[in-house]
Design a protein around this ligand. Structure first.
Ligand code: UD1
Length: 420
């Protein structure tokens, strides 16, 4: 299993990083290809492990997927003849649940393995199921699989009990081919949901209310092929900015989407990072130790749970103390003991962590248990005294494209190592 070996130091980061396409937009959009017999041509796709898993999932079902290994993918689902998403794939990537809505809407039946628990919490899919049932689907849970059938889905008004990103995406995709109008209330407003809606509209779907909690979808007879460029990854960009906040220096992020990063940029500004931005770039400069910032994770447009671990790493070396409250996932503080092993002073109880900033972290061998926790440990390693070894980096490879190459280009010293 590969590791990252990170040599920490105080040399400022300098240079330019190109931000990749957003994983959380690419995955649902790839699944949207199941809604048409035509080809979907996607650009700015990040070549990540989760993207490759989605390719395998679609290929398993009979789709033809052509990938140039840089950033373009063509998906042709005209030969899909397998309606089952197996446990083996779903267990490695929860986002596989995103085939449920499109498969049911297009083929009238599907079987998708229940995702089960994951490191950051139980993550049920009851809202996906409830919404599809409201649209006329018959759903049974048998032998660990969601078995769904519907001759033709019909429109419905669905009020979601909580804001769910993939839940909104699944129901929105299903509704594009349903009879009549579907109204999704309390819908997620994440930029990735909007990106999916824009791709669906390019395919002929009729959706209004984008970026609001009320999405209205008029079902159409069929969707057609389209070309779509995936939006930039706001979490990847935010991770690099946290690295800068910790190490100091000046970096420019290109191909970024600052307009999707309001809450993240506000907190960096509060921490003392000097920021300038244009439509697709962010220039960031830091010449002091960061100031501690309080954070409460919430659905978009508030502060994202996917940036919590990285800001905790930053707060752990900040001046002053901070309080971070995680309201989205019940078990998302697994990086706390690892950061404490590196010398941080963090006390976590329930969904709240209190962080007393220390002057210096010290390198240690640490283990990451989920994607964003891994990112937090990597950036902590950048400023820690000595060498930090981050184990189990397959989590990191699920969501960051060549993170060590990108950080090394601005002055980090990170090596990918495969121990014997
Ligand atoms: C998506 C993102 C993930 C991000 C998360 C929250 C993708 C592929 N992943 O995950 O990176 O951390 O949003 O922004 O886009 N819930 C239920 N029942 C449901 C659905 C959700 O109780 O049917 C709960 C979850 O347990 C969680 C909360 O709702 O507590 C939000 O989860 P959700 O937005 O669905 O997360 P994902 O879509 O899985």
């Amino acid at each position: 299993m590969e590791q990252l070996h990170i040599v920490g130091n105080e040399r400022p980061l300098e240079g330019e990083i190109i931000v990749s396409g957003a994983k959380n937009a690419a995955l649902p959009i790839m699944c949207a290809s199941l809604l048409t017999r035509d080809c979907l041509h996607l650009t700015n796709v990040p070549m990540l492990r989760d993207v490759k898993t989605t390719c395998r999932l679609l290929q398993d079902m009979g789709a033809k997927v052509a990938c140039d290994d840089v950033s373009c993918i063509d998906i042709d689902c005209s030969s899909v003849n397998q309606y089952r998403a197996s446990y083996d794939l779903v267990k490695t990537m929860r986002a596989s649940i995103l085939v449920l809505g499109p498969m049911l809407a297009y083929f009238g039946e599907t079987q998708v393995s229940l995702p089960g628990g994951c490191a950051i919490g139980s993550r049920p899919v009851d809202q996906h199921i409830k919404g599809l049932q409201a649209m006329g689907a018959e759903i049974d849970i048998q032998h660990g699989y969601i078995k769904a059938r519907a001759k033709k889905l019909h429109g419905a008004r669905i009020v979601m009990d909580m804001v769910t990103v993939t839940g909104t995406e699944n129901l929105m995709m299903a509704a594009t081919l349903a009879d009549g109008e579907t109204i999704l209330e309390n819908a997620a407003m994440e930029p990735e949901v909007i990106d999916l809606a824009e791709c669906l509209m390019a395919m002929g779907a009729k959706i209004t209310g984008l970026g609001t909690p009320r999405l209205v979808i008029q079902g159409v007879e069929r969707l057609h092929g389209a070309e779509h460029a995936i939006i930039p990854d706001r979490i990847e960009a935010g991770t690099f900015l946290c690295a800068l906040a910790m190490r100091g220096g000046k970096i420019i992020l290109r191909h970024a989407a600052p307009k999707t990063m309001g809450a993240i940029l506000d907190k960096l500004d509060e921490a003392g990072v000097l920021l300038e931005q244009g439509d697709d770039w962010i220039l960031a400069e830091m010449r002091q130790r960061p100031k501690a910032v309080d954070i409460r994770t919430l659905p978009y447009p508030a502060f994202p749970t996917d940036m919590q671990a990285q800001f905790m790493a930053m707060n752990s070396i900040a001046t002053g103390s901070s309080k971070m409250v995680e309201t989205i996932f019940e078990n998302r503080f697994m990086h706390v003991p690892e950061l404490n092993r590196m010398g941080a002073n963090i006390i976590a109880e329930g969904n709240t962590a209190v962080i007393h900033g220390v002057e210096q972290l010290s390198g240690a061998k640490v283990m990451a248990t989920d994607l964003r926790a891994s990112a937090g440990l990597v950036i902590a390693g950048l400023v820690a005294n000595g060498i930090t070894i981050v184990d189990r980096i397959y989590h990191l490879d699920r969501g960051y494209e060549h993170i060590e190459v990108k950080l090394n280009a601005v002055g980090a010293e990170i090596q990918r190592v495969r121990p014997d």
